[in-house]
Design a protein around this ligand. Structure first.
Ligand code: C5P
Length: 407
């Protein structure tokens, strides 16, 4: 049911496993999906346009500049038409081209112009897959937010054995079923989330403030990912340098108090992720005019409201799933577990901020996701986008499994 009426744009790459695309199209047709196909120049060496158009019951798109199709810009209209774009097989060369942002043929141009989920299904020799160059490209592509299906371990067409075999049409189908099932369920139940992110600025006078170095990136990426998974998400962000995508609703705030008020206005919510580095203290008064140098006086400070604790302790508004963050320099697990209990959250994303090149000043992060039952999942150092995809998946899976247990 979950694939019914879904529009899938398949791009056929130049590898021997391209023949499996024919089987996948048949399986998708049986599930009442609409399939359109883009055949790359090298894909053409392995499957014919005739087989693909016969099975997909649609014309096959090959050229970026199509004389026959005047007035319709295929790379835009195809991308807007699709619910999901999939490249299979994704060759090492195609990964390289995508990682460089190439737009030299129809397939790569569509991907560059796309606002949809992109799934790449790699197939190549094990050594090609394991090569540092391919792994580097893989990281870049994951950072662009593209998702990978496979590759699997197994015997390859070249006779060698290892990781690089393309996932089977049935494996791909089951992946797609799960993906759409979850997304449609979250959308139909109108599940909402709020994510706080960034620092807050607590003004001492019009030009001076207490703040911190948080970039807001990790929270922003989590909000984007939750939204892509089908959750109506609002990002409540302190002052950052981020360029927000218009895929999600963003409410910009400056102070911790404003952040709390913005959160309150969004209640009740099903899920809340508190990733913001709210300034712990704020001046009791903010002077109207700039304090003169010779007017040195003490600055009286008080504690900022704790948004995570407020949500955790709220009888009326406690979200069904509450996620906190914990940045520690020592005893990461122990301190994070204590924080989780004290602030009544269901899950905590913990990072060791004493480690270099991750966390606050970096585009990278390494975290432990600790749940209420003490289960710990480690996400090794990777881009914040990748870390966000794992955290968001965990959030969605936990939320859905809790809901199932309640019903
Ligand atoms: O106590 P600590 O600041 O280490 O706790 C971190 C967690 O609490 C984070 O999830 C952060 O977003 C949240 N927090 C908050 N409001 C505050 C301080 C922290 O929501 N005023």
């Amino acid at each position: 049911m979950s694939l019914e009426n879904k529009k899938i744009l398949l791009m056929i790459g130049g590898g021997i496993s391209a023949y499996k695309s024919l089987d996948l199209i048949r399986l998708l047709q049986k599930k009442n999906c609409s399939v359109k196909v883009v055949l790359t120049k090298s894909g053409k060496k392995f499957v014919t346009s005739l087989s693909l158009s016969s099975l997909s019951k649609n014309r096959v798109f090959e050229e970026i500049f199509d004389e026959k199709n005047k007035g319709n810009i295929d790379h835009i209209s195809l991308s807007r038409w699709a619910d999901l774009i999939m490249v299979l097989p994704t060759t090492a060369n195609f990964m390289f081209r995508l990682s460089k942002g190439s737009a030299e043929d129809l397939a790569s141009t569509i991907i560059l112009a796309s606002n949809k989920e992109i799934f790449l299904v790699p197939a190549m020799n094990v050594r090609m897959w394991e090569h540092k160059a391919t792994q580097k490209n893989l990281n870049v592509l994951m950072d662009y937010g593209y998702k990978f299906i496979g590759p699997e371990d197994g015997e390859m067409a070249c006779g060698e054995y290892g990781k690089g075999k393309m996932s089977s049409p049935r494996q791909i189908l089951s992946f797609l079923v799960k993906f759409f099932k979850k997304r449609d369920l979250l959308k139909s139940k109108k599940i909402r989330a709020i994510v706080t992110t960034g620092p807050t600025k607590e003004y001492i006078d019009p030009v001076r403030y207490i703040s911190n170095e948080s970039s807001g990136k990790q929270g922003y990426e989590i909000a984007l990912e939750l939204s892509r998974l089908g959750i109506k998400t609002t990002l409540i962000s302190g002052p950052t340098k981020l360029k927000y995508d218009n895929e999600i609703k963003v409410k910009k705030v400056v102070t911790g108090k404003e952040m709390l008020e913005a959160v309150k206005r969004k209640l009740p919510t099903h899920i809340a992720v508190c990733a913001a580095a709210v300034s712990d203290f704020k001046p009791i008064y903010s002077e109207k005019n700039k304090i003169k140098k010779n007017q040195i006086k003490e600055i009286k400070i008080e504690k900022n409201p704790d948004i995570l604790s407020f949500l955790g302790k709220s009888n009326r508004f406690k979200p069904k799933l509450l996620i906190g963050f914990s940045a520690e320099t020592e005893n990461l697990i122990k301190n994070s577990k204590i924080k989780m209990q004290e602030k009544f959250c269901d899950m905590i994303v913990a990072n060791d901020v004493s480690k270099k090149d991750r966390g606050f000043h970096s585009d990278f992060n390494e975290v432990l996701i600790i749940d209420k039952n003490g289960k710990i999942e480690k996400v090794k150092k990777n881009s914040k986008k990748f870390v966000a995809s794992i955290v968001a998946k965990k959030i969605v899976d936990t939320f859905l499994s809790n809901e199932k247990n309640l019903n």
